[in-house]
Structure formats: structure tokens, C-alpha cells
Design a protein around this ligand. Sequence first.
Ligand code: COA
Length: 160
Amino acid sequence: MTKALYSGSFDPMTNGHLDVIERASKMFDQIVVGVVSNPNKHPLFGLKERKELIKTATAHLPNVTVDDFDGLLANYVNRNGFNAVIRGLRATSDFEYEIQMAQMNARLFNAGVESIFLMTSPKYSFISSSMIKEVVSLNGNIDGLVPENILNEIKKKYSL
Ligand code: COA
């Protein structure tokens, strides 16, 4: 059985993330969306909320589950027998950080674990979670950029 991790802060998950998950779910028997609690980013959504939102948004994908971890990603990957870690690349600006992380992780992963990069669909390549939050907080329209269940919850957070 092949198993891949797709990890990030997901504060909140966007349609760009969902697009990567949907495509990765066709390549592996199981995809685990690993939510990192990143207190430095002062998340809008708590860890439990982020996991629930992702579970609802991926309910149509039977081989996708949601988990969380803290500490070193490579330790979580090695402990749980993953074959691969999926990353989305949106623009060339992502590349420098991603190759650095992939090369460090290559030293830390068990033998045979690979980082695999999927190019983000062009219609989502400009999205980031921070930009979504900024636009909503200033009353801008983000229809179509995040899953429906998440759109409602973000609006509630900003009392819109
Ligand atoms: N569509 C839309 N947005 C995307 C995206 C996509 N396909 N891919 C990334 N993004 C956005 C995210 O929403 C996020 O936006 P934000 O900064 O506005 O919140 C931004 O791009 C960065 O995302 P990501 O690269 O997933 O960073 P992250 O901080 O969410 O998570 C980890 C990165 C979890 C993989 C990394 O920090 C990690 O491994 N942490 C564990 C500690 C560790 O092991 N460190 C050593 C690593 S070698």
C-alpha cells in the first residue's frame, strides 16, 4: 500500500490545497493531510477547527484522512511509514524554499521516502491562506477560492 503525506498549516485550507489533494489521491492508495500547529503564525482557526474543516472539504475522497503533528516533519513521516511527501508548487518563488526543505528532508527521511512536487493548477496559483484572510477581513469576495464549508466559517470569524 502506498501512502503519502500532504502537510501544511492550512489556516485555512484553500481550493489550491484541495486541488493538490484531489490529484495526489489518484496517485497513492492513501493520502494523509497532516496539519501542523504553527503557533508562530497566530492561526485564525485552532488546530481542531482546521482539521474538521479539511475533513468536511475532503469527504468526497475516500482515501484521504486528516491528522496533526508537531515537531519535525521527517520524524512523523518515518514513524508512520509514509512513502512520499507531496508539495504543491505555485510559482518559481516557491522553488527555492522547497528545494532546501526537500534536500534537508532527504537526509532525515528513512530510505526510499521521496518528496514529490505537483504544479498547482494555474487558476489557483496566486492563492495563499494569508491573502484569503486579508481579502475577507476587508470585505472582498473570495467565492470559488476556498471550499464552500470554509467560506462560511471564515465569514463567521470576521462577523460578516
Ligand atoms: N494552494 C494555495 N496555497 C498554498 C498552496 C497551494 N497549493 N501551497 C502552499 N500554499 C500557501 C499556504 O496556504 C501558506 O500560506 P500562508 O503563508 O499565507 O499561510 C503558504 O503557501 C506556505 O504554505 P506551506 O509551504 O504549506 O507552509 P506551511 O507553513 O503551511 O507548512 C511545513 C510547511 C509544514 C511543510 C513545514 O513548515 C514543516 O515541515 N514544518 C515542520 C517542522 C520541520 O520539519 N522543519 C524542518 C523542515 S526541513
